[in-house]
Design a protein around this ligand. Structure first.
Ligand code: NAD
Length: 278
């Protein structure tokens, strides 16, 4: 099976996550079942969705239809901002599981800290209970900065398994990623291709590595993430690009190619700053 070649990363609770998956942000709910079916067909076994994407039902239908054994799949969803708080978090996971048609998710994340609401530490303790109840095998956070991570670690017994943050060659957040890794939190890179908003695919260091390996610029950027140890789930609605983005396991960027792409850092955030999203 194609997936047997995808490396996995061990999380701090002993579970393993496939390092390469498929994300469904902005995937039309009407088309999600088909698109996720195509992704499963292409070999992806790790799907990243969220309550706010409105497409958990389509993800669930594609999984059910695929006949792939549940234990060969890794499914992540996320708690939206309006569900922060204890009881609302318990209700939110139940609602997501019902839509997905699953007994549990592999990973459940707080989507944004929304610091002005000041509910993320309480919500994190609710996620500890959700894990204890078996509704999520692993729990983590998304868009958390160092200060948010420090606070939840001080106010709970659980270090997040992952922090899913915006990360691509133009925004590498090196201080945050090295802090997270130092406490045992793995980094998931959202917008791994810069959401198409930076001309990453035209950068000389990306283009020349692509030519050297007979790969596309997108494949080189995905490979750069994998070699940095990031967990990635690039999104595409198109089956040929799904296959292209999955075909990144048979080449290795050299140290100097990696350094050339590292040099594209320019604090180039395409999404909202986590402290400003409330
Ligand atoms: P991405 O960087 O994966 O970019 C996706 C876009 O890149 C596509 O729409 C397409 O236009 C282009 N693309 C994809 N493959 C290509 C290829 N081979 N060649 C050329 N262009 C290509 O951005 P994303 O979808 O925002 O991020 C990936 C996933 O991360 C999402 O689907 C979602 O699961 C997750 N995410 C999470 C958050 C969060 O706040 N936690 C925010 C955004 C995204």
């Amino acid at each position: 099976m194609a997936n047997s070649y995808v490396p996995t990363i061990e999380l701090n609770d002993g579970h393993h996550i496939p390092q390469l998956g498929f994300g469904v942000f902005l995937v039309d709910p009407e088309q999600t079942e088909r698109i996720v079916s195509d992704a499963l067909e292409a070999g992806y076994r790790h799907i990243d969705t969220a309550a706010i994407y409105g497409n958990e039902e389509g993800v669930g239908r594609a999984i059910a239809k695929s006949g792939i054994p549940r234990d060969e799949l890794f499914v992540t969803t996320k708690l939206w901002n309006d569900a922060q708080g204890t009881q609302s978090a318990f209700d939110a996971i139940d609602s997501s599981l019902e839509k997905l048609g699953l007994d549990n998710v592999d990973l459940y994340l707080i989507h944004w800290p929304t610091p002005e609401r000041d509910l993320y530490a309480e919500t994190w303790r609710a996620l500890e209970q959700i894990k204890a109840d078996g509704k999520a095998r692993s729990i983590g956070v998304s868009n958390f900065l160092k200060s948010h991570l420090e606070r939840i670690m001080a106010e709970s017994d659980t270090v997040p398994a992952v922090d899913q943050i915006e990360l691509h060659p133009a925004l590498q957040s090196r201080e945050l990623t090295s802090f997270a890794r130092s406490v045992g939190t793995q980094i998931e890179a959202w917008g791994p291709l810069g959401q198409g908003k930076y001309p990453l695919f035209e950068e000389q260091s990306v283009v020349s590595a692509a030519e050297a390996h007979g790969k596309s610029p997108a494949q080189v950027v995905i490979r750069w993430h994998l070699q940095h140890g990031n967990i990635v789930f690039p999104k595409s609605n198109r089956a040929e690009r799904m296959a292209e983005n999955f075909d990144v396991l048979d080449f290795t960027l050299t140290e100097s190619e990696m350094a050339g792409i590292d040099a594209l850092e320019r604090d180039g955030r395409v999404g909202t700053h986590p402290n400003e999203f409330n």
